[in-house]
Write a protein that binds this ligand. Sequence first.
Ligand SMILES: NC(=O)c1ccc[n+]([C@@H]2O[C@H](COP(=O)([O-])OP(=O)(O)OC[C@H]3O[C@@H](n4cnc5c(N)ncnc54)[C@H](OP(=O)(O)O)[C@@H]3O)[C@@H](O)[C@H]2O)c1
Length: 337
Amino acid sequence: MIEFRSEMRHGPTRETAVAGDSRDRPKPGRGEVLIKLHAAAVNPADFLSENGKNAFVVKTKFPHGSGLCVSGIVVAKGANVTARDLGDAVYGYLPDAVLSTCAAFQPAHAAHVREMPLNADFREAAGLPLVGSAVIQAFGQNGPRAGDRILIHEGGGAVGSFAIQYAKFLGATVFTTTSTENADWVRELGADGILDYQLVDYRDELRDLDMVLDTLGGDATFSAFDVIRPGGAVVSLFGPVDDTAAKQLKLNPLMRQVLWFKGRDLRRKAKEKGARYTFVPMVPDCTHLAIIQELVESGTVRPVVDTASFGPASAMEALAYQGRGRAQGTIVLDFAG
Ligand SMILES: NC(=O)c1ccc[n+]([C@@H]2O[C@H](COP(=O)([O-])OP(=O)(O)OC[C@H]3O[C@@H](n4cnc5c(N)ncnc54)[C@H](OP(=O)(O)O)[C@@H]3O)[C@@H](O)[C@H]2O)c1
């Protein structure tokens, strides 16, 4: 654990950003393609891992970069790659990246990338894999189903803006929390009810919901049980890790026990309400790239990208901006400029 944290302080993004294009272009291995990046997403997980804050739940094999989601052009292929061609515009995940995604050339397993949605540009495509997969996985076992009433927190964020549109497509009535500044454009995504968290307390406005998608964690995870109906589902992307997720993350028995103990108040609250609590750790799943492509190409989901402009050399500034938590949609590094 101590070694792990000292690696984190090493700061993979800072190192890669400083080295810039002076690095050798990596060679794609067997089953890999080499992608010349056009864009890379900067997600909250990148900010957390850069600062060692999710070190105890995410197992990482070093050396490892930071950043997960990219888009770009296939410029070389290793042996045994038939699914992709040189010149393909692709998007996907780099779960095993050794370099941070502010390095312009990245080898990727061919199965981890897929052709970009035709109607998305590189910036939009790079913002989709983690966000789309997180929402698909959060909604997977839990709904919402047609007619359900759901609260989605942080409607102006990357996850929230995707989740609102997908929940509407599934036939739900959608309530979302956001600030005054974002209320208008978030409503345009399809939200039926906007709860401006600067003006109202959503707990006074909502009752008997079928589902809450909690992205805030902390007190908000507990408060979700104040607005859920008996039998409803609180699904969190940022709350306490439950035992099913701990097993999925392959945490050791001691860590699982610690998390079990820390989760006791939340389990009590869920039991009192007769509702379910689930933590969802997004796991890269390439079958989701096809679903996301379909959702975007059909116009069901419009990708939302923050307008702040960052190039690869300003990756540290992009991470700091991410850390402030006020982005409108996904923050993206743009390699075109
Ligand atoms: N478990 C997983 O696998 C997984 C996967 C993806 C994301 N996540 C987590 O999910 C969360 C959301 O991710 P994201 O990428 O959507 O983050 P994000 O884009 O950085 O979220 C920023 C947004 O949050 C809004 N916000 C901040 N405080 C708020 C509050 N009190 N109420 C309502 N909105 C608020 C901000 O809106 P205003 O400017 O209007 O305040 C801003 O638009 C993060 O905590 C992330 O770590 C987890």
